[in-house]
Design a protein. Structure first.
Length: 507
């Protein structure tokens, strides 16, 4: 049996009103100032650092990173935005019909090129406006001295250093990266609860080249004779991204590394980086967070203790002309046997309406299907592709629709498609990330992948993962499943085990 354990335990002081909201005054930056500089919030972060205001810099960074991820949820509350997203739907079908050859017969995501249509531009503007209005409302609640637990519950009040320090225990390390120009900063919150900002000695352009070199070796199966070619860039990236942190913090005393990436760093599989020839995976479980603010949103979910109820969706009868996914259907069927209570939706039964109803009745959610990303141009419009059905749905389960659901009863969502954790432009704050939609809806942990996954190895990894998940929780279960797969000679290369990332809460 799974329990959400004591997720709210670390925030007990916050939610019972023991946290003094006045502590925010010294660390926060008013929304009026931030809104005026909204086109370059990273520049404001650096400006605060240059003036020695480290806590304020952290706060602005939280606003910057939370801004994109909160928008789908806020959009789902706005009837005008809901209608705007719905009006964009014809673009999806048009894009797929226009370029059917771009999708191979493998589960995957299709990135719709950024088209600057008036409808898309208007939707983007409305979504961003919703965030800034939300931030002003939150500040008004603090000014009115309302109870802290009331202010933050269900909201996206940007997290201060003092608040974030309560979210991580002594054996956990939170690292939030920021790229600005050619400089990369690491905001590190350690066991003492103090914040340290490290300017990485490696320029951003070099880091990006190292990232591209590693991904070039991992995005496809290794060619004969090149099985070890990934190790040099993996070692270089470790030395560039984590070694400067290890000089200030003893990573041997850390069990879990929480990473909030930025820009191209969202494409780095930190678990596959090599420290003295050993993957980070061997010593640390790595979890990705959009921001500390979104993490607090997840930790505030009500503690649950319900038996696992598994929902598997595989190979829907798509409403547009894309390849079928027979292996994804077999994967869904196979995994459903792991659970005593399981439901399977495949083919013509995997309709958007039926899936929406089933999501409310199950707490472990597994999707093996195609998807579409629209990226920054249409926040919340990225979608998982399912069957349309006969009840008026179009077969595109959008991020805004997902974010607007109440999935706080859930333990986990697994998006077993290719590149479900990736974004159209490689940015960590790209609004198109489907993983964020599930987190915003209340799912504490979401697993996605960075590159096109191999069918056979993915099913094996997922079987091991779910067996471990029932006993160990998502973070440790994923780590053990990846180690088990890497231990098999035919799957030793990280192409097979490294693409899967856990976002959110890893317990």
């Amino acid at each position: 049996m799974i329990a959400r354990a004591t997720a709210t335990g670390v925030l007990l002081g916050l939610l019972t009103g023991c946290f003094n909201p006045q502590l925010r005054l010294a660390s926060a930056v008013h929304s009026t100032e931030l809104h005026a500089a909204r086109t370059d919030l990273p520049g404001i972060v650096v400006q605060q650092l240059e003036h020695g205001r480290t806590k304020q810099a952290f706060y602005v960074l939280e606003v910057h990173k939370t801004r994109g991820y909160a928008t789908p949820r806020l959009a789902a509350r706005d009837p005008q935005l809901v209608a705007a997203h719905r009006d964009l739907r014809p673009l999806f079908a048009q894009a797929f019909r226009a370029t059917p050859g771009e999708l191979v017969a493998q589960r995957g995501l299709h990135v719709v090129p950024g088209t600057s249509t008036p409808a898309i531009a208007a939707t983007s503007d409305l979504s961003d406006r919703a965030f800034w209005e939300h931030l002003k409302i939150i500040e008004g609640r603090f000014d009115a001295a309302l109870p802290y637990s009331y202010i933050v519950r269900g909201s996206f009040a940007p997290t201060t250093v003092e608040e974030a320090a309560l979210m991580f225990d002594r054996r956990e390390l939170f690292v939030s990266y920021l790229i600005h120009g050619d400089r990369v900063y690491a905001f590190v919150l350690g066991a003492t609860g103090t914040l340290e900002v490290i300017t990485l000695p490696t320029p951003a352009r070099v880091l990006q080249a190292s990232t591209q070199a590693l991904r070039a070796e991992l995005d496809q199966p290794p060619a004969d004779g090149h099985e070890l070619a990934w190790q040099n860039p993996a070692s270089e990236l470790h030395d560039q991204l984590l070694a400067p942190i290890a000089q200030r913090f003893d990573l041997s005393k850390i069990d879990a590394l929480y990473v909030s990436p930025d820009g191209f760093l969202a494409g780095v599989p930190f678990a596959a980086l090599l420290a003295k020839g050993r993957p980070v995976l061997e010593t640390l479980r790595v979890t990705y967070l959009p921001s500390a603010t979104v993490y607090r949103h997840l930790l505030q979910q009500e503690t649950l203790d319900a038996p696992p109820s598994f929902l598997a969706i595989g190979n829907p009868a798509f409403s547009v002309d894309v390849p079928a996914l027979p292996f994804a259907e077999r994967e869904a069927e196979t995994l459903s046997f792991v659970f005593d209570d399981a439901s399977l939706l495949v083919g013509k039964d995997a309709t958007e309406g039926e899936i929406t109803r089933a999501l409310a009745e199950h707490n472990v959610l597994h999707f093996a299907t195609h998807g579409v990303l629209l990226g920054r141009e249409a926040p919340g419009a990225s979608s998982l592709m399912v069957a349309a059905g006969s009840d008026g749905h179009d077969g595109f389960l959008s991020a805004a629709e997902i974010a607007g659901m109440d999935l706080s009863h859930s333990y986990l969502a697994v998006l077993s498609a290719c590149e479900t954790a990736s974004t159209s432009d490689g940015s960590a704050t790209d609004l198109a990330s489907l993983t964020s939609a599930f987190m915003i809806a209340g799912v504490p942990g979401v697993i996605g992948s960075l590159w096109k996954v191999a069918d056979t190895s993915t099913t094996r990894l997922m079987l091991d993962f779910y067996r471990e998940f029932l006993a160990s929780g998502a973070g440790e279960a994923l780590r053990r499943a990846q180690l088990a797969l890497a231990g098999r000679p035919e799957y030793r290369h990280p192409y097979y085990w490294a693409p899967f990332l856990l976002y959110g809460w890893d317990k």
